[in-house]
Design a protein around this ligand. Structure first.
Ligand code: SAH
Length: 369
């Protein structure tokens, strides 16, 4: 009996000591990330593996680093999803070529320009032009769209996929300021399985070209892809750091019912928050959007991301009907009745957590370089 009790006591003491040791080690790791912005792959994995109840200290550290290096402003970018035609067939994406259940649309250049103008009138300083890879928009057409939009004193971000160096150069010359191209995953094997007919090396080449051309370059990845390990996510974060990206878009993978990945479980909300926080710790001064996919999985998703390291929101300024058709994944939050209203709602959201809407263009501040 006494032996049994002693054994129980020993177990309790061991358990308490183990927990204590783990929490000291975790605090130490978070402190290291906060102060040096450098972690090894193994250390990143440890943070990504933290149980949800320990996450608040990770999130708080990311929030402090965001405040110190990127400031309190939340930058708003008006998102125009101008075409859902795509020549690619990414297995995760709802607008993939083979999804023949989707009604396709493309906005005419003058409609895109009018949307950008409206966004500028509502106070936006940046518009993001996003689409599938749609050959309708020739270099000349896009150049003309960019040139017209620049007349409204807007910063222009493009997110239109893989192009040649010369195409990127042409858009830059027309006035484009930034470019978003997620690497999706740095696990080449996984990439080639999920993006049939595409080449990881070409996607990386695109990012290198964009940097060479002087774009503010954004990349990023999805969290919770099938067979994606924590080690793979750690590699993704280190990839963004090595590339010295100016922006990082990180969001949970959400299975779309009309894609080959429809039966995969997609519940990586908390893991996406942790990944966002670690990315902020390692890339202290970059712009990190609170992605729409976060909101799709949790009603407070964007607010939570803003408190875990994010500092950008991209409200949709596309009209409701097209926004519905630009369905990369299910559950996408739809924009408000009007752009003005959407802007007001977003401003109120930002103020509700004691932050400010940035009045400027919100380029990367590069404070620590
Ligand atoms: N054609 C452009 C835009 C792609 S769509 C390009 O190649 O960059 C924008 C992003 O949506 C993608 O880069 C991908 O990371 C994300 N996405 C696509 N399908 C998704 C899904 N099912 N769940 C979550 N994110 C998804």
């Amino acid at each position: 009996m006494i032996f049994k009790e002693n054994r129980y006591m020993l177990f309790v003491v061991f358990y308490v000591l183990k927990e204590e040791f783990m929490s000291v080690a975790t605090d130490e790791l978070i402190r290291k990330a906060e102060n040096t912005h450098c972690l090894s792959k193994e250390e990143i994995v440890k943070l990504l593996a933290l149980p949800d109840e320990i996450c608040p200290s990770l999130f708080a550290a990311a929030d402090r680093v965001r405040a110190l290096h990127a400031g309190n402003d939340v930058h708003l970018r008006g998102l125009i999803e101008f075409s859902n035609y795509c020549k690619n067939n990414c297995c995760y994406c709802g607008i993939r070529r083979d999804n023949n259940k989707l009604r396709r649309y493309r906005m005419m250049p003058e409609t895109i320009i009018a949307s950008a103008r409206k966004a500028a009138e509502c106070g936006y300083k940046t518009v993001v032009l996003q689409s599938g890879e749609d050959a309708f928009y020739t270099i000349e057409r896009l150049q003309q769209i960019i040139r017209e939009i620049k007349k409204y004193n807007l910063a222009v971000t493009l997110s239109i996929g893989e192009k040649s160096f010369d195409e990127y150069k042409a858009y830059k010359e027309a006035g484009a300021d930034r470019y978003l191209l997620r690497i999706e995953t740095t696990d080449k094997e996984l990439y080639h399985r999920l993006d049939p007919g595409m080449s990881w090396d070409n996607r990386k080449r695109c990012l290198d070209d964009l940097k060479k051309l002087g774009y503010e370059t954004g990349s990023g990845f999805m969290v919770g892809l099938p067979a994606q390990s924590l080690a793979s996510l750690a590699e993704d974060i280190l990839f963004l750091k090595r590339l010295d990206v100016d922006m990082a878009g990180i969001g949970p993978f959400i299975p779309h019912p009309d894609t080959p990945l429809k039966d995969v479980e997609g519940k990586a909300f908390f893991l996406s928050l942790k990944t966002t926080a670690v990315t902020r710790l390692l890339l202290p001064d970059i712009n990190i959007p609170a992605t729409t996919a976060m909101e799709a999985l949790h009603p407070q998703g964007r607010i939570m991301a803003l408190q875990c390291g994010a500092n950008v929101i991209m409200p949709n300024v596309t009209d409701l009907e097209r926004c519905r058709l630009y369905k990369l994944y299910p559950g996408k939050p739809l924009p408000s009745f009007s752009i003005e209203e959407g802007r007001k709602e977003t401003e109120a959201l930002v103020r509700s957590i004691g932050r400010r809407v940035g009045a400027g263009y919100g380029f990367r501040s590069k404070k620590n370089q």
